[in-house]
Design a protein around this ligand. Structure first.
Ligand code: NAP
Ligand code: HSE
Length: 430
């Protein structure tokens, strides 16, 4: 008698798809015990059918989506192509056809998560996406299930490996940004086009997804303030060391009484904070719940097998649900509609580095500008004065973003200001 099998289709067999394909083969015997049935890849959709693919059964390869959609025996579709289209149309069509879907596509979920999850619910099927946030680190299921008894007020993390690698190299080896990026590219961490990594968009998408689940209220990528690491210099790193801090690109989301504050930006982070010790291309997510207290999830946020690990977890869960006849049991958990606080209204403290003319009265004029925009200064130090020029390092108290911006706009237009070199937020909790 032939073993029972659940047939699946992979859409894409690149880095992650390749890892999933290999893991399914490697874990063949385990599946029987875990799920009570085998998982079998019966079709693989690709862009370029003629590409040579070592170790992949060529008979499975197709470039015709309809072959998969119309195959009633295929019960799970695993989308690992990336991008918005055609992934969105294919996932929607698969869900409407009653197929379960697993995806790693953060771009799609951060933009169209609601529509996709509603479609899954209407069709009583699973849509799982653990790999979309922080690669191999389990965070979606812990938020939806293990931490479901908590009210989560803060979720933040280092969710982009490329930028964490660059910042680590700058901090530990004194490298300049461009050199560290070139190294990340050579080692295969950065994307061919690293724009989404270094500008914070990749992290922004992941934070939108995490915040939606943590706060039970939809947060879209467009709601997330994003600022990358391109302006961070070796000099900023040196000052961070002086202040006993590290600089990290953090995605930060807070559920406050007057709305959700959400952004991705570089921060000066105290060396004692657990996220400060997350180095190289590692990721970590830090959650604050009213019952659990602080919890941190740490591991590899990208790569073939770490990401495939998360996809496999979803696949096994989906297959178990199919076997138990309870697909679609845990769908969208966004039952609230919490407003998103405009980022200009968010309060932060700032580290500023300003090059000014070195002459009497300059400090007083600068203090006056800050004061007139309700920016309170916590500390100021004059550094590296050379003849007619001086560097001022200013740390502010917590101020509203728009007050800080107005003060900087005025400063930049003044005859005494040579340049505003750095504006970096400090993380000091809420
Ligand atoms: P990848 O290496 O570029 O592979 C993409 C695969 O999709 C290729 O096999 C490609 O076909 C196929 N494909 C692309 N467009 C297609 C289309 N229009 N029709 C049919 N097939 C198409 O991508 P990846 O790095 O594996 O990423 C896949 C997904 O996982 C993305 O959503 C990404 O954001 C997410 N993710 C990746 C990582 C990571 O470490 N790479 C981590 C977390 C999440 P060809 O082979 O014919 O070109
Ligand atoms: N480019 C991403 C990173 C990996 O550097 O973390 C995929 O999410």
């Amino acid at each position: 008698m032939e073993n029972k099998k659940i047939k699946i289709a992979l859409l894409g067999i690149g880095t992650v798809g390749g890892g999933v394909y290999k893991l399914i083969k490697k874990r063949k015997d385990m599946m029987e015990n875990l799920i009570g049935t085998q998982l079998e890849v019966s079709k693989i959709l690709v862009h370029n059918k003629r590409k040579k693919r070592e170790g992949i059964d060529e008979a499975l390869i197709t470039d015709d989506w309809k072959e998969i959609l119309e195959d009633k025996e295929i019960r799970i579709v695993v989308e690992l192509m990336g991008g918005i289209e055609p992934a969105k149309t294919m996932i929607l069509e698969a869900l409407k056809a009653g197929k379960q879907v697993v995806t790693a596509n953060k771009d799609l979920l951060a933009e169209y998560g609601q529509e996709l999850l509603e479609t899954a619910a209407e069709n009583r099927v699973d849509l799982m996406f653990e790999a979309a946030v922080a690669g191999g680190i389990p965070i979606i299921r812990p938020l939806k299930q293990c931490l479901a008894g908590n009210e989560i007020t803060e979720i933040m993390g280092i969710v982009n490996g490329t930028t964490n690698f660059i910042l680590t190299k700058m901090f530990e080896e004194g490298m300049e940004f461009e050199d560290a990026l070139a190294m990340a590219t050579k080692l295969g961490y950065a994307e061919a086009d690293p724009t989404a990594d270094i500008k914070g968009y990749d992290a922004g998408r992941k934070v939108a997804i995490m915040a939606s689940i943590a706060f039970h209220s939809r947060v879209r990528f467009a709601d997330v303030y994003t600022e990358g690491i391109t302006k961070i210099s070796a000099k900023d790193i040196a000052y961070a060391k002086e202040l006993d801090c590290v600089i990290k690109l953090l995605g930060i989301a807070h559920n406050t009484q007057d709305g959700i504050e959400v952004g991705v930006y570089p921060v000066m982070l105290d060396k004692g904070h657990p996220l400060a010790s997350v180095r190289d291309s590692f990721n970590a997510v830090y959650v604050e719940g009213d019952a659990v207290g602080d919890a941190m999830f740490y591991g590899r946020g990208a790569g073939e097998f770490p990401t495939a690990s998360a996809v496999m977890g979803d696949l096994i869960e989906t297959a178990r649900n199919l076997e138990s006849g309870c697909s679609g049991r845990i769908g969208c958990t966004c039952y609230k509609q919490i407003p998103i606080k405009p980022f200009e209204e968010v309060k932060n403290s700032f580290f500023l580095r300003i090059q000014v003319k070195n002459e009497p009265g300059v400090l007083a004029r600068i203090a006056n500008v800050f004061g007139s925009h309700k920016v309170s200064i916590a500390r100021v130090v004059q550094k590296n004065s050379k003849n007619k020029s001086a560097e001022l390092v200013i740390v502010t108290e917590k101020v509203k973003e728009y007050h800080m911006q107005d003060a900087l706009d005025e400063l930049e237009g003044m005859d005494i200001t040579e340049s505003v070199c750095s504006v970096i937020r400090e993380y000091d909790g809420r």
